[in-house]
Design a protein around this ligand. Structure first.
Ligand code: SF4
Length: 498
């Protein structure tokens, strides 16, 4: 069996590369491979060359090395977004200006891939993918997409980098390892960077992704000393990516702290509304950072939606989750619900919304609402048909979720569907709970028809206007039972899209 190490994305970070090389030797790696991208991000690209020579590292070229070697005008990273390209260009121009002609010529001679049988294992090393040097092999690619990307290589072990986030997967008896980047953290909130140790033998390859602890302070001060943008340095100091996020797929991006460029978010928010519903005002550092969080903004409220169960006492024809009395219960249960609420608190959620099915068919719904509302503002969506039989009213704020009651739906659903919610509402108004109306309830007409104000919020296309023009678009409270803080109007207008 042979043990090798593979790293990529050195990104002009000699401090991390030196620590990684020493770690690989300590772990008994007989050979060390670099999968390319020596420059980019850091300040000391030239310092890598002696390290590679001293430790006998075998290199292939990344797109960065090809571009520097040829003197291209840009790095060829493969970004599609102009803001990603803007930040990539800043560091590319710096790197090109600080790479000696000799080192650039050395890069020019690097092979674009390596294919070798090591101890019986057929190993293929590329920078991006077997298709393209700047292809992004993300973990979120499904097996079919991955197979397509690997079609040009039948090697048992494929090693790649380029995305900067490490992962490994077995697919069709092949081992695919993205070794991550050793020069920049992996957008995981850790300052450590990553490389891979691979044990190779015939039919028995296995890999370990290894974090590299190194002198990140030295790297940060070397970047500051030459005036590289502060958001780049912040990534080294915090482990979160602050630029070039648009290229990152949703699943990977969601794991990071920042999700979109600030200007993207601003463009999505209606004029006059704030960027965030968080109480804290952005700090000077926030303003300097080109990206921001999505969770907790008016576009993406920090709200956890929980489906308590999937069955319902009704069977509305338009039900988006196909609930009915016959639907499988798929009950969440009190224990799991409490764990979710606890997790939501830790993750920074600020509201909890319960829906179903009809939540009040869930056995422990009142206990659930009590548990949630003691910790976070809590809203439950209900058709209110069962209000008369609730054993006790929960302390949580709640909204009615009235089924529509046009003639067509009445035939398709339980007879008298329109009357139950009204009965429940009037019980509540007599003092048993603090509740609110979300869909513009007003005194029923003698012959109810589907008007804008009597529509349930499920009439999605008209929902916004329904809320804003509702004659009773306000909260009303009944009795002395304590209620939670009433969610904001903006929260309300998003609440019913389930
Ligand atoms: S009341 Fe709501 S959950 Fe129940 S069937 Fe109708 S739309 Fe679905």
């Amino acid at each position: 069996m042979s043990r090798i190490a593979a790293f990529g994305g050195a990104y002009a970070n000699p401090y991390a590369v030196r620590a990684m090389l020493a770690d690989a030797k300590r772990r008994g790696c007989e050979r060390i491979f670099c999968l390319g991208d020596l420059g980019g991000f850091g300040a000391e690209v030239e310092a890598l060359w002696p390290l590679l020579e001293e430790w006998g590292v075998q290199c292939i070229a990344g797109n960065y090395d090809v571009a520097i070697g040829r003197g291209d005008p840009d790095c060829g990273c493969g970004y599609a977004d102009e803001r990603d390209n803007h930040y990539a260009q800043i560091i590319y121009d710096y790197t090109r200006a600080h790479t000696s002609p000799l080192f650039a010529a050395w890069m020019r001679e690097l092979p674009l891939e390596l294919r070798e049988t090591i101890d019986g294992a057929d190993v293929h090393m590329v920078h991006g993918s077997p298709l393209e040097i700047n292809d992004f092999l993300w973990e979120s690619l499904d097996d079919e997409e991955l197979r397509l990307r690997l079609a040009d290589s039948e090697a048992e072990v494929l090693l790649c980098t380029h995305t900067g986030i490490p992962w490994q997967r077995r697919i069709d008896d092949r081992l695919v390892v993205n070794v991550g980047a050793v020069g920049r953290p992996a957008n995981d909130g850790r300052r450590e960077t990553w490389y891979a140790v691979i044990d190779l033998a015939e039919d028995a390859a296995r890999a370990e992704l290894v974090p590299v602890a190194y002198d990140w302070r030295a790297q940060a001060s070397s970047m500051r000393a030459v005036g590289l943008p502060e958001p780049f340095v912040e990534t080294i100091e915090t482990g979160w990516w602050t630029t070039c996020l648009e290229v990152v797929p949703p699943r990977e991006r969601a794991r990071g702290r920042f999700h979109v460029y600030r200007e993207t978010l601003q463009a999505l928010i209606p004029e006059g509304e704030g960027l965030t519903d968080a109480p804290a005002a952005p700090t000077a550092a926030d303003e300097e950072r080109p990206v921001c969080e999505l969770l907790g903004t008016a576009v993406f409220p920090a709200r956890l939606w929980v489906y308590t169960n999937f069955h319902c006492n009704l069977a509305c024809a338009y039900c988006v989750v196909a609930s009915s009395p016959q639907a499988s219960r798929r009950s969440l249960g009190l224990g799991r619900f409490k764990a979710l609420v606890d997790e939501a608190l830790v993750e920074g959620f600020r509201e909890i919304y319960l829906t179903g099915g009809e939540p009040f068919l869930e056995r422990d719904i009142v206990l659930m609402l009590d548990y949630a509302s003691e910790r976070l503002p809590t809203v439950v969506l209900t058709n209110a048909m069962l209000a008369a039989s609730w054993r006790r009213w929960p302390a949580a704020s709640g909204w009615w979720c009235r089924p529509r009651w046009t003639g067509r739906e009445r035939r398709l659903t339980t007879p008298g569907v329109g009357q139950g919610p009204l009965r429940g509402r009037s019980m509540a108004s007599r003092g048993r709970a603090r509740l609110g109306c979300h869909c513009g309830w007003r005194r029923p007409r003698r012959r109810p028809t589907e008007t804008r104000s009597s529509r349930c919020g499920r009439c999605w296309p008209s929902w916004e206007s329904s809320v804003r023009t509702s004659p009773c678009g306000r909260w009303w409270a009944g009795g002395s039972q304590p209620g939670r803080a009433v969610p904001s109007n903006s929260a309300r207008s998003w609440s019913h899209r389930r």
